[in-house]
Design a protein around this ligand. Sequence first.
Ligand code: SDX
Length: 395
Amino acid sequence: MTVCEYRPGLEGVPATQSSISYVDGQNGILEYRGIRIDKLAKHSTFLETSYLLIWGQLPTQDELDEFEHEIRYHRRLKYRIRDMMKCFPESGHPMDALQACAAALGLFYSRRALEDPAYIRAAVVRLLAKIPTMVAAFQLMRKGNDPVQPRDDLDYSANFLYMLNEREPDPLAAMIFDVCLNLHAEHTINASTFSAMVTASTLTDPYAVVASAVGTLAGPLHGGANEEVIMMLEEIGSVENVEPYLDKCLENKSKIMGFGHRVYKVKDPRATILQELAEKLFEKFGRDHYYDIAVELERLVEAKLGHKGIYPNVDFYSGLVYSKLGIPTDLFTPVFAIARVAGWLAHWKEQLEANRIFRPTQIYTGIHNAPYIPRGERQTAEGEPVVPELVASNP
Ligand code: SDX
């Protein structure tokens, strides 16, 4: 077997063959099962898009009605999971709470029947239905309140905003939130989806697969960037301070959160749609002055880094939309996870259909056939002998 060239971060290295989504990074194109993301953002709902991603085609009205009904029926959490959440520290990050709860689902559904389509569908329904309830429940419980039960009369996005804010959302807010979920649902072989695939390839349960992906999404270079962007805009504080702030980042060679992408070398098409959604919200609910800072930052980053293909990615404007919807900053990444569960599950299912356990190789850079040096004769890196009494104390 020939060993491929080592590429840091596996840049440009195909890890699978997939028909779920496609990204053209040079022309800013994203397609889910061949349908352009702007069409799905305009015409589809998150649950319809989830069905498309996972089962490969748009559902008929009857198929969608049945799927939506199943989701509504499975939104509630086992009381033991709610009791477990009561033990979490209020100061804990919601992504850690979500990862723990996603893994805990596996305690209740431990049977593994990965070859059974009914098992696959049941796992898809439970995870899509329960993840939003987990996020909203932790939010209320960390404030010392009881979580509210899901409302079966509300659709997916309206119900999440209701559980989070304890009041029915404005229809425009619920519609815009649903579009945000659509935009974040899938994005080929990003880090968290790759985690999901590697975990899936060992034939473990889907709850462990999603828990693995949640942990990966949490990082600031990936899904955690949306939270970092808002903190960055708050730190900049004014339009006048944008250029000095940016120049300091460039001088320190630090990354500007919400910009750059391994694949896109133009503005992320999702960022463009999210910017339009933010402006719709501002028209109805009032402008956010951080938006003016963001627009100025985008202008200056394009001027200074556009030649390197550094443009806004999906995380740059999403936080401004979520803030306007009343979502706390540290819940931005859990919201990203609510959406991306659809993509992770689509890749989990696709991986099982042609599975081979992931086991890459390495370029070994260590030594060979090294001697075993008795403890009393070892020296520290500075050439000092190890202190003998330390050795004597070992049993
Ligand atoms: C997501 O993969 C996906 O699809 C992810 C995602 C999805 O939907 O799943 O799209 C969601 O994770 C979006 C990305 C969110 N992360 C951020 O906004 C964090 C800031 N961005 C960077 O950390 C970075 O752009 C990455 C991590 C997104 C991509 O990193 P790469 O491809 O490994 O690029 P790199 O770090 O090797 O940088 C290449 C060059 C470097 O300059 P040189 O040393 O060659 O001169 O570009 C520069 C970098 O310094 N660069 C940046 C930059 N991103 C890259 N410079 C300033 N600010 C940035 N944000």
